[in-house]
Design a protein around this ligand. Structure first.
Ligand SMILES: Nc1ncnc2c1ncn2[C@@H]1O[C@H](COP(=O)(O)OP(=O)(O)O)[C@@H](O)[C@H]1O
Ligand SMILES: [Mg+2]
Length: 273
């Protein structure tokens, strides 16, 4: 069992480079078991790099610092071992296998789970979260709408029965109704005991679901605190809340649009201009 005093995930002094470019500088944070932590920050702040570093998908990174999961070092570990250790990752852009059916995509997600009965239970849970996936079992994943593909990507990550789920901008380009649905499911997932580390540009939504969070700017943590503290933080409010609340919400069409258009639909929170 885990000592409750030990955070589920701990980063200490993490530095990640792309060649000569330092994308993360001295990042230290902890994620407590059973919580949702949100990583906020504008485009290019290093949010995706942070998740990629945790998952070991960036060659030779982190160059400095340590990452521990349940007290065990995972930096430098192969991604597959990190997944087996209990961390699932939904990268930016809802990647599913388009040629495989919905049901095949979900089964691929369960590749680390030996116990068939357990896989069946997890599949039922995923179908409860996302009834649409049960309805579309035999449909090729590439024919789903953007929102449905995001649900499939999250569902597939859950099939691994993770203790920690890393989500990179799950609301990107989704219609407002679907955004709300995805965030509802994130809090349900947490209530069922899965810890979540969530990357969001949409601070308003992110802080609604999160227990606590951090703000990344230029690869450095500039603010950290409970969700309530962050909501009250002037810097967060000025940088993110204001920007997110004064522009129109994306249209329903953006749900099925191409990725470029989805980025465009997110200009409500795109602070780089
Ligand atoms: N594969 C890469 N090669 C070189 N630079 C990259 C690469 N990926 C990201 N970067 C740079 O690293 C910084 C952080 O990017 P990223 O982590 O994607 O930010 P965010 O997810 O917060 O938008 C940016 O300056 C970006 O241009
Ligand atoms: Mg990103």
């Amino acid at each position: 069992m885990n000592n409750p005093a030990t955070p589920l995930l701990k980063l200490d002094g993490v530095e990640t480079y792309y060649g000569p470019l330092r994308a993360l500088s001295d990042v230290s944070l902890t994620v407590a078991e059973g919580t949702v932590k949100v990583i906020l920050g504008s485009n290019g702040a290093g949010k995706s790099t942070l998740l990629g570093t945790i998952m070991g998908v960036l060659d030779g990174q982190p160059q400095r610092g340590t990452i521990t999961f349940r007290g065990q070092r995972i930096d430098g570990m192969a991604t597959e071992k990190i997944v087996r250790a209990g961390i699932s990752y939904v990268p930016e852009g809802r990647r599913v296998f388009p040629e495989l059916t919905v049901s095949e995509n979900l089964r691929v997600g369960a590749y680390t789970v030996r116990d068939r009965q357990s896989t069946r239970r997890t599949l039922e849970r995923v179908h409860d979260y996302f009834p649409i996936l049960a309805d579309r079992q035999t449909q090729p994943a590439g024919t789903l709408s953007g929102g449905e593909q995001q649900m499939l990507a999250i569902g597939r990550a859950l099939m691994n029965e993770p203790e920690l789920l890393l989500l990179d901008e799950p609301s990107l380009g989704l219609a407002p109704l679907l955004v709300r649905q995805v965030f509802d499911i994130i809090s349900q997932i947490r209530d069922e005991g899965v810890t979540v580390l969530l990357v969001e540009q949409n601070a308003r939504m992110g802080l609604k679901v999160a227990d606590d969070g951090v703000v990344l700017e230029g690869g450095e943590l500039v603010v950290s605190g409970t969700a309530a503290e962050l909501v009250d933080n002037d810097e967060v409010e000025e940088l993110y809340m204001g920007a997110a609340s004064t522009t129109p919400e994306p249209s329903a069409e953006s749900d099925t649009s191409e990725r470029g258009a989805q980025r465009g639909a997110r200009n409500d929170v795109d602070l780089e201009s």
